[in-house]
Design a protein around this ligand. Structure first.
Ligand code: FAD
Length: 464
């Protein structure tokens, strides 16, 4: 059955998209192209779009999956200059895509969403915003929300846990190849599918206990060999840089520069823990003090507390961050029983350790589109996933994660403070996509639109 694009009275829901990174852009484009829907606004706190790729500009910043996997399926790029594109090139791609779909006029830049609250009586979300430049504040009503707020003279290098490092063969793409990709669709398709299925295969080869045993050990040994003999000749340094956990448990570093950089004469690698910073000194576990001119904090991403307390107030006035705690109960990381008409893009349990998250974002947006179509076809003002469906998903995740390497003994940003993996989806992108292909009516509680609510559907998203 085709998609339903309006309610019976010709109106469409108003939609707020938070964030103009990959997720927000994907949601906006698919709403426009799939549903022909114009009643949406994107709120972005920065002065530019790009999210991750606008904020991170450090030298060498690049993606660690192949570029052909790091593009929207509906916006192929034949011109990636390298196997692994750099930050500037990815940002250019995003700008190009946004321009093509004329998204700029739909983005309210320098507008921070500070509070989001569900009003059961209105059957709407009310979003508070602040203009970061002027301090002006206001409110916006929306029927549905897509939240895409997501995931160095002498160098003294302090490391708590060594990483597995694999080489990055970052070949340049020749003009001829770009030409062929553009004009021979089969070649482009094969190249893309090869990159995709190699990553999907790695899920089982590296990350799954069920499959990995012998294979896994061989790969881990190869990784360790790479660390020991190829790049690092000094035995003491080799020991410091050799991981003692199974490969894949933490994110693998894809780099051909990292280890050679650590062997330079002016670089010292330390494994003692830093316990404090005072003025120009860092204080170490054993009480010793090291003077530094500049301190670079590269302690990783904080993905576990994705919601600030009091930011998202859901059904019945509950603070969603408190209900979730450290172990969010969601439906495929996409929505929860506390949040009707609300779609998290890259929410809990939907990041990846093996492939490009763009596949997940696209699947989540497509599900949102199907849900919106269902709402319009059946004249619904809200849909809310049941607690049972969330529990079933949570139980499945817990059972499946036991077989995955991310649950083994290491600390990573994939896990919550108790060591439970709450950031990642356990399976392949294809399985995630397959499971969300259908809107399952039995998993949702649906509320019909009442006469008084019908007139409100076309309200401007920028006013209340
Ligand atoms: C250096 C680096 C390399 C990476 N490499 C890869 C890779 O190779 N493969 C891969 O799959 N993933 C990679 N990632 C993960 C990457 O974050 C995702 O691929 C993707 O860019 C996430 O997009 P997003 O739109 O969900 O989030 P973001 O890019 O984080 O965008 C979120 C946007 O929301 C805005 N925002 C947040 N809160 C608010 C608010 N309250 N109000 C208004 N606006 C708000 C932010 O300003 C931002 O623009 C990498 C990340 C980094 C940092």
């Amino acid at each position: 059955m085709g998609l339903t694009k309006t309610y019976k009275d010709g109106s469409t829901p108003t939609i707020a998209i938070i964030g103009a990174g990959m997720s927000g852009l994907c949601a906006a484009i698919r709403l426009q192209t799939q549903l022909n829907l114009k009643t949406y606004t994107i709120f972005e706190l920065e002065p530019e779009l790009g999210g991750t790729w606008w904020v991170n500009t450090y030298p060498g910043c690049a993606c660690d999956v192949k570029s052909v996997n790091y593009e929207f399926s509906f916006e192929p790029n034949y011109d990636w200059s390298k196997t692994y594109a750099g930050q500037q090139e990815i940002l250019e791609y995003m700008r190009h895509v946004a321009q093509k779909h004329e998204l700029h006029k739909k983005i309210q830049f320098q507008t921070k969403i500070t509070h989001v609250e569900w009003h059961q009586d209105l059957q709407k979300w009310v979003l508070d915003w602040t203009k970061t430049g002027t301090g002006e504040t206001g409110q916006t009503k929306a029927d549905v929300v897509f939240s895409g707020t997501g995931p160095l003279r002498t160098l003294e290098f302090y490391q708590r846990t060594p990483s597995y490092v694999i080489p990055r063969n970052n070949d340049s793409t020749s003009g001829l190849m770009k030409f062929l990709f553009r004009h021979v669709p089969l070649l482009f398709w094969i190249n893309k599918k090869l990159a995709y299925w190699t990553s999907e295969f790695f899920l089982y080869y590296v990350f799954s206990y069920k499959w990995r045993h012998a294979l896994q050990r061989s790969l881990a040994m190869l990784g360790a060999w790479f660390v020991r003999y190829w790049n690092v000749r000094d035995k003491t340094l080799r020991q410091k840089l050799t991981p003692n956990y199974p490969i894949g448990c933490r994110r693998v570093v894809v780099s051909s520069d990292y280890l050679p950089a650590l062997t330079r004469k002016n670089v010292n690698v330390h494994t003692e823990a830093i316990t404090g910073v005072k003025g120009h000194s860092i204080i170490l576990e054993d009480g010793s003090v090291q003077e530094v001119d500049a301190l670079v904090l590269a302690t990783g991403f904080k993905v576990q507390d994705m919601l600030d307390q009091g930011f998202l107030i859901g059904r019945g006035g509950c603070d969603v961050s408190k209900v979730w705690g450290i172990d969010p109960q969601t439906y495929f990381g996409l929505t929860s029983a506390e949040t009707p008409n609300f779609f998290f893009l890259l929410g809990p349990h939907s990041a990846l350790g093996h492939n490009s998250v763009l596949y997940m974002i696209e699947t989540q947006v497509e599900f949102g589109i199907r849900a919106l179509s269902h709402m319009m076809r059946h004249d619904l003002s809200s849909i809310q996933v049941t607690n049972g469906a969330c529990k079933a998903f949570g139980d499945e995740m817990e059972a499946k994660m036991k077989d995955m390497v991310w649950s083994s003994h290491c600390r990573s940003w994939y896990q919550n403070e108790k060591g439970k993996v709450t950031a990642l989806w356990w399976g392949t992108c294809s399985e995630y996509d397959w499971r969300l292909r259908k809107y399952r009516v039995q998993d949702f509680v649906e509320v019909k639109r009442t006469a008084s609510l019908k007139g409100q559907a076309l309200a401007s998203p920028a006013t209340i």
